[in-house]
Write a protein that binds this ligand. Structure first.
Ligand code: DHB
Length: 501
């Protein structure tokens, strides 16, 4: 039988890219179909290979057989994530992540993945993506044009199909398919965590079959996650545990003004009703945390009392203290990462830190929370009017958006429907840790000044992973807001360590 998911080793263009005084020649395999029945043209893969490896040479000790396969995604806001290519970061003008990864000697697999706005005949693929794709084969596979085909769990299903495609071609694909490392930021970080946690879970099988994914394993070696917006069904309670009592919210939004897109500061106060939601959600958090059996490094349980105080709070605070300590020692965010750090985040300006003899001795945690400020109204994710990216992510082909927490469902102002429990679980890495074939190595970074989700959320992820025996490198880089890929040198160092040990 003909194998339509076979990788064509000769199907590349030779390219060279130069930026920031660096230059790399590579083979570009672009627009690869990674599943047999794509629902949207975005479901394509770009694969890049340093030419030195193809010529039998080595880069950083890696050869064509041993190079890790780095899998970055461009997913943000649970929107579709188009394929990407080596280039410069438009914001900073510096070589982008793919370029740097190639320069470092990795094989890079950059997939396009469906998201909440993907439609059967969507044109969005063509915005910002430069791969010529014939839309006809997608049309053939779907009768109802315009159907929403990117809602949960499409994004993780596509990622798994990509991983399976790589494994399916393990003899032909450059790089080591047992060293697949995913990377992403925010919703893309959540996706990376999902790929890391849910390896080979049968839950996704019917969806993988539907798009014609290869029948292969889909576990990965390591996951790199920047500020993962995950654990959505507990994120509202976690947010209010941190921010309840802070009634002012503020966030920068990009708004379209005619042809122009410009930043706009959205701010205001929680209404009486939102303050009531906030208090009720905060109350839910201790029972969630207490049911997780989390332990600190010495084996002590991490718990919260009914008012939200206790050893778990001390544990989160300790991560903030460590972050400040590291900043004090290295002046990282106010030096190398200064451009990215939040204004006013220099250690000397933080009057809630007690610094003695060059050591951060204590953090007034409540004052720290006041300093970083609330960004979202309550509930932060599952909106009672269904107007949030996450509610849309849980929509279906027929229903625009759905609730995914009991709280918002019961308080729905629009009589919203509730997503299936199983589906909600399938979008959360946490319940799969140790139950599916979970990646052995994890690197999680979440800016200490990030308010897109509660700091409790990444702390819980890292702690569960550690408690279950996985290798976790976790930190809250000081002063950083919601962002990613800001420390690629260190990320690559970590990858090299875990790959060579
Ligand atoms: C992202 C940010 C959010 O605040 C959110 O709720 C969902 C996704 C993001 O940047 O991907």
């Amino acid at each position: 039988m003909e194998d339509n998911l076979r990788f064509d080793q000769s199907g590349y263009k030779m390219k060279r890219f130069e930026a920031g005084g660096q230059s790399v020649q590579f083979r570009a395999y672009e627009g690869i179909r990674y599943c047999l029945n794509p629902r949207n043209p975005i479901q394509r893969l770009n694969l890049y290979v340093p030419e030195t490896l193809c010529q039998g040479g080595a880069v950083n000790g890696y050869t064509l057989k041993t190079a890790p396969i780095f899998v970055p995604n461009t997913v943000g806001g649970y929107m579709p994530g188009p394929v990407d290519e080596p280039g410069v970061n438009l914001r900073t003008g510096e070589p982008n992540t793919i370029f740097q990864a190639l320069f470092h000697g990795y094989v890079v697999a950059a997939p396009g993945l469906r998201g909440r706005t993907s439609r059967m005949e969507s044109q969005e693929f063509f915005v910002g993506a430069k791969v010529d794709v014939d839309i006809e084969d997608v049309k053939e596979s779907g009768e109802n044009s315009g159907r929403m085909v990117g809602r949960a769990p499409a994004v993780i299903v596509d990622m798994k199909a990509v991983i399976r495609y790589l494994r399916h071609n393990k003899e032909q694909i450059p790089g080591d398919v047992e060293k697949i490392i995913t990377n992403g930021t925010s919703a893309g970080g959540a996706l990376s965590a999902l790929a890391g946690a849910t390896g080979n879970s049968p839950d996704y099988e019917p969806y993988l079959e539907e798009i014609g994914a290869a029948k292969e394993r889909d576990d990965i070696f390591a996951a790199s996650c920047y500020c993962p917006i995950h654990n959505l069904e507990n994120a509202d309670a976690a947010y209010e545990w941190l921010f309840s009592g802070e009634n002012r919210y503020q966030r920068m939004k990009l708004i379209r003004d005619g042809e122009e897109i410009r930043p706009f500061l959205e701010q205001g106060y929680l209404t009486e009703e939102e303050q009531t939601y906030s208090k009720a959600l905060k109350k839910q958090f201790p029972s969630y945390v207490n049911g997780l059996d989390l332990k600190d490094d010495r084996g002590n349980f991490l718990l919260l009392d009914d008012s939200g105080e206790g050893s778990f709070k001390e544990w989160v605070k300790e991560h903030v203290r460590k972050a400040a300590q590291k900043e004090l020692e290295t002046h990282d965010s106010c030096g190398r990462l200064e451009k990215l750090a939040v204004a006013g985040s220099r250690i000397e300006e933080q009057n809630y830190l007690t610094v003695r003899d060059g050591k951060v001795a204590d953090v007034d945690f409540d004052a720290f929370v006041k300093k970083i400020t609330r960004m979202k109204k309550a509930p932060a994710f599952d909106a009672v009017d269904l107007d949030s990216p996450e509610c849309e992510e849980f929509g279906t082909e027929e229903i625009y958006a759905r609730h995914f927490t009991k709280f918002a469902y019961e308080n729905s102002q629009v009589n919203g429907a509730f997503a299936e429990e199983k589906l909600i679980q399938m979008m959360n890495p946490v319940p799969y840790i140790g139950k599916a074939d979970t990646a052995k190595y994890w690197r999680i970074r979440h800016g200490a000044f990030d308010r897109d989700t509660s700091l409790a959320i990444p702390v819980i992820l890292a702690t569960i992973l550690k408690n279950k025996g996985y290798e976790v490198d976790f930190a809250l880089p000081w002063g950083l807001p919601h962002s990613g890929d800001y420390d690629l040198e260190e990320l690559f160092c970590w990858i090299d360590e875990v790959c060579k040990c």
